[in-house]
Ligand binder design. Structure first.
Ligand code: MG
Length: 410
């Protein structure tokens, strides 16, 4: 324990130009004797990918969006870095024998295919793409049972659960307490949510993250996703996971045990910490000269219950988890469409809930889905949600606090 591995660990960073991807590269740069970037994958941020490729000299880069392929290839022509494109190339590259760890930091549903490929190839996975478990937790759970692959959580809350559970027996666990900052609208009156803009929602009080997750954090859909993520990572039923609002984001989550004891993991709200921890596993912690916590940082820690009337997607997530099958996949697909529309100022903040609710009401349910069912379900739900947007038929009215759902046409 504590000895450095004799060989360097080769890391595949999926989503290297996103927030988690860039912070993962910071950690790789912090421990050059320990890690090297073997594969970098970006969706469409070609210039940053090229710049990262020049700095980290990976074996290969993949630009998922084929429109940028020639541009990236030409820019790296003077190097020996292989350049590829397309989602099939990603799923294949992660299975290369040289790859030791796959960091899945792609946004949304797009992370599913390559995560499955990495599991089937028995890779060590630092899981940042929570949507993989939201969408297809049942399938991933099954695949992991037949694989030597291990998932290490990168999400700060799940990193906290993991750390609290080291040395514990799962049968001694009573409950997981999943902490939430409450997002930028925690103290805003509910009526005001109708008029908040994407710019307001992007001002997260504590965490610096990508745009999609920051909006998910403002609606608290992110916390619903994290509940489902925790369910699959730790094998705990949704009713054993309770969400608690902790605005300072210093306690990253807690585990309550049957003897009445509670363990919490604390740290500054900086994603480098959970990434550093996940990459250090299974050997141990990586020492760092990052800013350390002071007494002042934890002088005022508060907890409160979440307001489920103001943030109905928390309830939606528990319902989807309870329904199981393709329900969480549909919820995720509708959320991706709705959040993209909100980011482009096409819909109101509260319309995000309406689009998700209505898509879930109309989507066919598959009880025991296989991979193809998830693909079909994702496509159908995205189409349905997109149609609600174009037809503008997701409107509902709020009358004295009771939401009245207007039926869509036909
Ligand atoms: Mg989180």
């Amino acid at each position: 324990m504590g000895e450095l591995s004799s060989t360097k660990s080769n890391i595949a960073v999926l989503g290297s130009t996103g927030s988690i991807g860039r912070q993962t590269l910071d950690i790789i740069a912090e421990y050059p004797e320990r890690f090297s970037a073997w594969l970098l994958v970006a969706r469409s941020s070609a210039d940053l990918l090229i710049q990262q490729a020049r700095q980290f000299r990976p074996h290969m880069v993949i630009i998922a969006d084929e429109r940028y392929y020639e541009y990236v290839r030409d820019a790296l022509e003077d190097t020996d870095i292989e350049v590829a494109t397309g989602s099939a190339a990603i799923a294949q590259a992660v299975t290369a024998p040289e790859v030791d760890t796959v960091v899945t930091a792609m946004v949304g549903y797009s992370g599913l295919e390559s995560t499955i490929a990495a599991i089937q190839a028995g890779k060590r996975i630092a899981l940042a793409n929570k949507e993989t478990l939201v969408v297809a937790g049942e399938l991933i759970d099954r695949l992991l049972k037949d694989s030597t692959s291990v998932l290490y959580p990168v999400d700060s809350e799940h990193g906290a659960f993991y750390q609290c559970l080291v040395g514990e027996r799962m049968q001694d666990v009573e409950k997981l307490w999943l902490t939430a900052s409450g997002g930028p609208f925690r103290t805003l009156p509910r009526e005001r949510l109708e008029t908040v803009t994407a710019a307001d929602a992007l001002k997260h009080p504590n965490w610096s993250m990508g745009a999609k997750i920051t909006i998910d954090s403002a609606t608290m859909m992110n916390k619903g996703f994290e509940m489902i993520e925790a369910r699959w990572l730790f094998g705990i039923e949704p009713r054993g996971i309770e969400i608690v609002v902790h605005p300072q984001s210093i306690i990253h989550s807690m585990v309550a045990f049957k003897d009445g004891s509670v363990k919490a993991q604390l740290g500054l709200p900086d994603m480098h910490l959970p990434i550093r921890y996940a990459l250090g596993l299974p050997d141990g912690r990586l020492a760092s000269d990052c800013r350390k916590m002071t007494i002042e940082d934890m002088a005022m820690l508060t907890m409160e219950r979440p307001d489920v009337d103001k943030f109905p997607l928390l309830t939606t997530a528990y319902q989807a988890a309870h329904l199981g099958g393709t329900a969480p996949c549909v919820m995720n697909a509708a959320n991706e469409i709705a959040v993209a529309a909100f980011l482009q100022d096409k819909i109101k903040f509260t319309d995000i809930y309406r689009i998700i609710e209505q898509t879930m009401e109309h989507a066919p349910h598959v009880e025991r889905p296989g991979y193809d069912d998830y693909v079909a379900s994702n496509t159908a739900a995205r189409e349905y949600a997109s149609r609600l947007l174009t037809d503008n038929s997701f409107q509902s009215s709020v009358v004295s606090g009771i939401r009245i759902q207007l039926k869509t046409k036909n």
